[in-house]
Design a protein around this ligand. Structure first.
Ligand code: GLP
Length: 227
């Protein structure tokens, strides 16, 4: 059974997850160099700010982003741009060490495998229980692929765009099967509007209707929550 740890503030939750990442970076001389999966959305912003503040050495780190819209990568709201603005351009990570899924989805899967798999995968959760862009009724076996976004997700993500019409209708996402192969998973959820879906995902029925519910079956997974 998974445990959900509740933090008294967003700052404390962000710092706690930054500590997990810093710890992995520090131990990296003893293990092979860390491979991380990183999310976008508003929830990880405090974490990224904290990581930047700590001026960690990213020179040996490889990252894979969870997902990307089908959008021009130079668009302000592309996840590529989001990650560069909020994290990558503020660290010493090498540009060829951060990876985003594109239409060549098998190549993304292959690259993760060539790197020996993922050491730590950080996730957010959508209000409908999606993780990455794996919407309700996604197969638990799914791999990296092109997906249609649900009406709920288009509505939720319209806050980042001028109008709802501007939100891309499709994206590329790591699959649930791909995510579940990560050696360790940390899920971050922020806000009262996420509490019910988080509880349902972590303690309710394991069902493809709630993609995040598959995480209950991972043996090294933690969820963190703050209001
Ligand atoms: C998007 C991303 C998800 C993220 C979700 C929640 O849909 N594809 O990976 O978890 O948004 O975002 P927020 O943290 O802004 O609530």
């Amino acid at each position: 059974m998974n445990k959900v740890t509740q933090f008294v503030s967003y700052e404390k939750m962000s710092k706690y997850v930054a500590n997990i990442i810093e710890d992995i970076f520090k131990k990296s001389f003893r293990m092979s160099f860390p491979k991380l999966v990183l999310p976008t959305g508003s929830t990880p912003l405090g974490l990224y700010e904290e990581l930047v503040k700590r001026q960690l050495d990213w020179s040996n780190i490889t990252t894979f982003n969870l997902d990307e819209y089908i959008i021009n990568p130079n668009h302000l709201q592309s996840y590529y741009n989001f990650m560069r603005m909020n994290l990558f351009d503020k660290t010493n990570i090498y540009p060829n060490s951060y990876n985003f899924p594109d239409r060549n989805t098998q190549a993304y899967e292959d690259k993760i495998e060539e790197h020996g798999g993922i050491d730590l995968c950080i996730l957010g959760i959508g209000t409908n229980g999606h993780i990455a862009f794996n919407e309700p009724d996604t197969s638990f076996e799914s791999r990296t692929r092109v997906v249609d976004l649900s009406d709920q997700t288009i509505k939720d993500n319209s806050r980042f765009f001028d109008t709802e019409q501007d939100v891309p209708r499709q994206a590329i996402t790591m699959g649930l099967g791909t995510i579940m192969e990560s050696k360790r998973i940390v899920l971050m959820a922020r806000g009262k509007n996420k509490k019910d879906i988080l509880d349902e995902a972590m303690f309710g029925r394991i069902t493809e209707e709630i993609p995040a519910s598959i995480l209950q079956t991972h043996d090294n997974m933690e969820a963190f929550y703050c209001d």
